[in-house]
Design a protein around this ligand. Structure first.
Ligand SMILES: [Zn+2]
Length: 157
C-alpha cells in the first residue's frame, strides 16, 4: 500500500471513511487528487485534492479515505492509452463503483448500462480505462472506437 503514494485517485465514495470525511461526502465524491501519505498501518490514504477550480471542502485540501472509497489509477497509467475521452458514469456493485464510458451528451454508457455521471454541476469526470474498476465492456468498446478513429462525439485530449 505504501507504494501507492504519489498515485492519482478519484474519490468514488466516502462511505467507508472517517465520519469527518463522510460529512463532506457531497463535496468530495467525484474529485481527483494524489495520495500523499498512507496512515494507520496502511488502512487509510491521505489524499491531497487536485486544484480543479472548486473550493476545498471546509477549506481543507487533505482528506483521509479508506481504500474502498477511492479509485487508484494503476501503476502503468502514463498518459491515457486512448486518445479518446468519455465522461465517467458509475454503477454500484456490492458497494464498489464500476466506472463506465459515457459519450458526451448521453446518459447511457457504451455498454448500454444506465450509468449516471456524478452529480456535479458543470463538471464531470473523464472515463479512465486504466482504473481497476473500469467496466471491461466499456474499455473494449472505447478501444475499438479508437482503432476505428471514431472521434464522433469525443472531446479532444
Ligand atoms: Zn460499461
Amino acid at each position: 500500500m505504501y507504494s501507492e503514494i504519489g498515485k492519482r485517485v478519484t474519490i468514488a465514495d466516502a462511505f467507508h471513511s472517517h465520519w469527518q470525511t463522510r460529512a463532506y461526502k457531497d463535496q468530495l465524491v467525484g474529485r481527483e487528487g494524489v495520495i500523499v501519505a498512507v496512515l494507520r498501518d496502511g488502512n487509510v490514504a491521505l489524499v491531497e485534492l487536485a486544484e480543479d477550480g472548486l473550493p476545498f471542502p471546509a477549506g481543507v485540501r487533505r482528506w483521509s479515505f479508506r481504500w474502498d472509497d477511492l479509485h487508484v489509477e494503476s501503476a502503468a497509467t502514463g498518459p491515457d492509452r486512448l486518445a479518446i475521452k468519455y465522461r465517467a458514469g458509475f454503477t454500484w456493485k456490492r458497494r464498489q463503483a464500476v466506472q463506465h464510458a459515457v459519450p458526451s451528451g448521453k446518459e447511457i454508457a457504451l455498454c448500454g448500462k444506465n450509468a449516471r455521471p456524478l452529480p456535479i454541476c458543470g463538471w464531470s469526470l473523464t472515463f479512465s480505462p486504466t482504473v481497476d474498476r473500469a467496466c471491461p465492456i466499456c474499455v473494449q468498446l472505447a478501444e475499438a472506437a479508437a482503432q476505428r478513429g471514431d472521434t464522433g462525439d469525443v472531446l479532444a485530449s
